[in-house]
Design a protein around this ligand. Structure first.
Ligand SMILES: [Zn+2]
Length: 420
């Protein structure tokens, strides 16, 4: 089995993650995790509770990140279950049994499962992310998990695996193009300069795994190069702080620039103005610091986490700049703010929004439609299955692959079976 994540639904009360699995978990020999994002690992404890007892393979950084991410997930599950009046998908007491099954591995080290040989390669998406090559009965089948961009911001780049017979590729951004990271850096840089000039507050809601580290690396570089003035910078997220520690533990999984910095004894995710606030007292104390200041906090779409507190306090001021650096799902508080809604409810308080709203959309760690096409073309498989994206994105990518490369493509529906 490859990955076992949460299904993402706009509605937290959707029972999609609590329904029984459509297969018997006890029948699965082994599981391989491509990376530690919740939509790829989130249901692993439930799989174990429901009978899976085989090994669970992950690269070293992914193995370190899984417990950090699952402990965060399980508290949200309990909270959502309470609100929706259903049982959570699993409990905190289910976690230890799941952790005990994790086997740490590295890229390029083959693992034997029955008749199959399975090997991880770099996917270039987030720290430790992997594509999975399954060699069985003379066929080479490659699963992408999530792919990174051709030049990822802070992690090592994706690898091309040779002689692939069948490619099972993701298609999350199969029909969309991202802005470029240099343009996003300019937006960020201008936002910081302007915040300092106006003595305001720059709020950045960010996902804790990868996006926050990308922003921290950019701010560190700008501070060192003197393109932004020194200004108090708060990382108000214990989760992101724990994740950043894992990044620093694995320099060889980082981009060449960051790797050199770490090897020279520098922390490229910690600008000299950075303060990490862990407990709630430290977090509350940020409010009493006189602006200008920058606050980075989760959740990435403002649907929970400490960013909501800061949004409630600061969005009413015209000297606040709220900068979006990631996707905002329709229906989320982040999306409403991004779309320019002037009054929002945050934790039972009515907030009139006078803050400036900015968007830096070039920081994605996901391959966009051209990155995906380039990957398929360089890999050169004989046959392709397009999975993981919304129908429109998947079909668009499938049509381009057949149109430009002439490779046979299928977009499988859930439950469909193919013989290779
Ligand atoms: Zn991912």
């Amino acid at each position: 089995m490859i990955d076992c994540g949460f299904a993402q639904s706009g509605d937290v009360c959707d029972p999609v993650n609590t329904d029984p699995f459509p297969y018997n978990p006890a029948d699965i020999d082994a599981i391989f995790f491509t990376h530690a994002h919740a939509d790829h690992i989130g249901l692993f404890p439930k799989l174990v509770r429901d009978g899976f007892h085989g090994p669970a393979y992950a690269t070293e950084p992914t193995a370190d990140l899984i417990p950090i991410m699952l402990e965060d997930a399980v508290s949200h599950l309990a909270h959502d279950a309470d609100r929706c009046g259903h049982e959570p998908a699993y409990l905190r007491t289910d976690l230890e049994r799941a952790y005990a099954l994790i086997r740490r591995t590295r890229y390029h080290e083959p693992i034997t499962v029955g008749d199959a040989r399975v090997t991880f390669f770099d996917a270039g998406h987030i720290l430790g992310s992997a594509t999975v090559l399954v060699e069985v009965e003379g066929k080479r089948i490659l699963f992408t998990g999530d792919l990174g961009r051709r030049t990822p911001a802070i992690v090592s780049p994706r690898e091309i695996v040779p002689n692939v017979d069948v490619l099972v590729t993701e298609s999350v951004y199969g029909n969309r193009l991202h802005g470029d990271p240099e343009a996003a850096d300019i937006v960020l840089q201008d936002a910081v300069r302007e915040t300092v000039k106006r003595r305001g507050v720059l709020l950045i809601p960010a996902f804790s795994l990868e996006r926050t580290q990308i922003i921290l690396a950019s701010l560190d570089r700008m501070t060192d190069q003197g393109t932004i003035p020194d200004v108090p910078l708060y990382l108000d997220s214990p989760l992101a702080a724990r994740i950043s520690e894992v990044y620093m533990r694995y320099p060889k999984y980082l981009s060449p620039t960051l790797r050199r910095a770490v090897e020279d004894g520098k922390d490229p995710l910690a600008a000299r103005t950075l303060k990490v606030t862990i407990n709630t007292e430290e977090s509350a104390a940020i409010d009493s610091v006189k602006p200008p200041k920058i606050i980075i906090a989760g959740a990435g779409m403002s649907h929970g986490g400490r960013i909501r507190h800061h949004e409630r306090i600061y969005l009413g001021s015209p000297d606040t700049h709220l900068l979006f650096v990631g996707y905002q799902v329709p229906g989320s508080l982040g999306r409403r703010l991004r779309d320019g809604q002037k009054t929002v409810m945050i934790d039972k308080a009515r907030v009139s929004v006078r803050a400036k709203i900015g968007i830096a959309d070039g920081y994605s760690a996901h391959a966009d439609r051209d990155d995906l096409m380039a990957y398929v073309e360089e890999t050169g498989p004989k046959r392709v299955f397009v999975v993981l994206g919304e129908t429109e994105a998947a079909t668009f990518l499938a049509q381009r692959i057949t149109g430009f490369l002439g490779t046979p493509v299928d977009v499988p529906r859930e439950g469909e079976v193919y013989e290779i």
